[in-house]
Design a binder for this molecule. Structure first.
Ligand code: FE2
Length: 272
């Protein structure tokens, strides 16, 4: 199974720049690149912060732009989104019984579970008792392999300003995942940086957003060190025996060439 992850679009109303960048141009380039190279994806997952400030106009335009995407998609919300506005503009987006933007898809490779960690009034994430109960049921519905998609990271990433707004309730989440015992990977956004590792033995990965990024600075204490590093999307190959996650800087325009051992390195680069 092939899954594309796109995250942290931070879309404002059409035409509005965010941190000096055009998030709509970037989304358009991202969708075009995914269509060109990964139209065969089983699913494209947008892991939250679709809008920069939960603007209705951003969701309306996004709904239109997503018609261009060839692969099926699933939308998650993040701390910059507004759940009520999102649900009004995307009435078909699946939600749980309590109205949280949570859902699951049973596939041959396992149970794909999409969580809603948005909490109004804070940039930190929450997975309240109602959401955790839903998750327990979703995991319990199938004892096989499961893969989680969510906006907030549940662990400290050694980036103090981001750690301050990570998922609360992480301990309770961890206990649920440990009880299930077959969660194979957690995909999250929020951090605007490529990071991989494992949490309580469960592998995780995240990546840069499509607009602005977070700079690698382990000394920053309270202010988030932002940057205009290039945007990326991720491509995950999920199989029974392995999970492989690639990231692709889709706006990168550096020279490409095919390796030819019969030519010197200088000669190869001249072919560009
Ligand atoms: Fe974000």
């Amino acid at each position: 199974m092939k899954i594309v992850q796109i995250t942290d679009l931070h879309l404002g109303p059409p035409g509005e720049r965010v941190f000096g960048l055009d998030p709509w141009m970037r989304l358009e380039a991202c969708i075009a690149n995914v269509n060109l190279n990964h139209a065969d994806a089983d699913l494209v997952v947008f892991t939250g912060d679709l809008a920069h400030n939960g603007e209705e106009a951003a969701y309306v335009e996004l709904r239109m732009r997503l018609q261009e995407l060839k692969a099926p998609f699933r939308l998650l919300i993040g701390n910059h989104d507004d759940r009520a506005t999102f649900r009004r503009i995307f009435p078909q987006a699946p939600v749980d019984d309590a109205g949280f933007v949570q859902s699951r898809i049973q596939t041959a490779a396992g149970n794909l579970i999409f969580l809603d960690t948005n909490e109004p009034g804070t940039h930190a994430g929450r997975l309240c008792a109602a959401r955790r109960t839903w998750l327990e049921d979703a995991l319990g519905a199938n004892p096989g392999p499961a893969f989680l998609f969510m906006h907030h990271p549940p662990l400290s990433l050694h980036l103090a300003p981001m750690d301050a707004i990570r998922l609360r309730d992480a301990e309770a989440l961890g206990e649920i995942l440990s009880r299930h015992g077959e969660v194979r990977h957690i995909f999250f956004g929020h951090v605007h940086r490529p990071i991989a590792g494992n949490w309580r033995g469960i592998p995780f990965s995240c990546l840069r957003g499509t607009n602005h990024q977070v700079w690698l600075d382990f000394t920053a204490e309270s202010e988030i060190p932002c940057s205009l590093e290039p945007p990326a999307y991720a491509v995950a190959f999920i199989q029974p025996e392995q999970v492989v996650v690639h990231t692709h800087d889709f706006l990168d325009a550096s020279p490409k060439y095919a390796y030819d051992p019969d030519l010197s390195s200088d000669e190869q680069v001249k072919l560009v």
